[in-house]
Design a binder for this molecule. Sequence first.
Ligand code: HMG
Ligand code: MG
Length: 298
Amino acid sequence: SAAPQVRIYEVGPRDGLQNESKFVPTDVKIELINKIAAAGIKNIESASFVSPKWVKQMSDGVEVMKNLPRAPGVNYPVLIPNLKGYDTAKQCNIEEVAIFPAGSEGFSQKNLNCSVEEGLRRFKLVADQAIKDGLRVRGYVSCVVGCPYDGPIHPKGIAKITEQLLEMGCYEISLGDTIGVGTAGSVRRLMREVLAVAKPEQLALHFHDTYGQALSNLLAGLEFGIKTVDSSISGLGGCPYARGASGNLATEDLVYFLYGLGANTDVDLVKLIEAGRYISNYLGKPTDSKVNRAIGFY
Ligand code: HMG
Ligand code: MG
């Protein structure tokens, strides 16, 4: 079949850094985002406006978004939990927000301090306001395969939440395997259910690589015609409310994988690797990108 066209949605500055316990200064966050943009990535989730009592690392969202230079043609969405976060983000020249109901009750309680239903109700308030203000809204569903508290998750419930997010006006729904327990088999079962309510171009795939399955899961998803993939520079990340979950699929590994499929990504892998090394060096830990580790540019 023809080489896929894939839209890369970078989540490292948000999903990646939110998991780092030592505070990363605002200028380092901005420099990381700039380096990712310079490598040719066109969608970079750059901050979240969640409660600083819950995620201290993201408490400088205003400073990040107010001081971040916008590169032409680059989209800088932010993650929003409620209207309070939305009102703050609105002051920072944003064009896209992401809302994030959970796919399981247990994770909803730990991550949002409310039920799935109550979360959906709050996120609808955000989506309604954002759409009224002319912004784009992206939806995440977390724990689409398994939950650290509730165990395996049935894809029917995930399809239902996906449908509700589309009704709220989300232009795209990112299916998040928050804890990275998915396999090609469970991803196929999920795709069959979700594609009964959504078109493939309305979906994105968001894999964490805890069990090393992210790339095979991705291949399974791409076979259903999915066009957008979330990834994180240097494989940073995890989730503060999902202990043991490892980082996202690394953006460097994704780009190498897409090169292999003959997909045109317009991404400069050398610059991407430099961006990954910049943040790994800053954090003082080895990269979680296999490609970054393997390639000896220096
Ligand atoms: P709560 O404690 O129930 O909220 O938290 P509350 O309304 O009772 O407020 C508590 C305090 O927080 C109050 O302050 C509020 O003003 C303040 P106080 O009166 O005590 O001084 N507050 C805020 N401050 C700033 N910005 C806000 C905000 N909201 C309340 N937006 C809440 C509920 C949703 C706020 C909390 O649970 C929260 O912030 N959760 C977010 C946790 C988070 O960021 N998790 C990681 C992101 S999700 C993820 O990574 C998964 C994903 O990548 C997909 C995947 O991997 O599958 C998306
Ligand atoms: Mg995530």
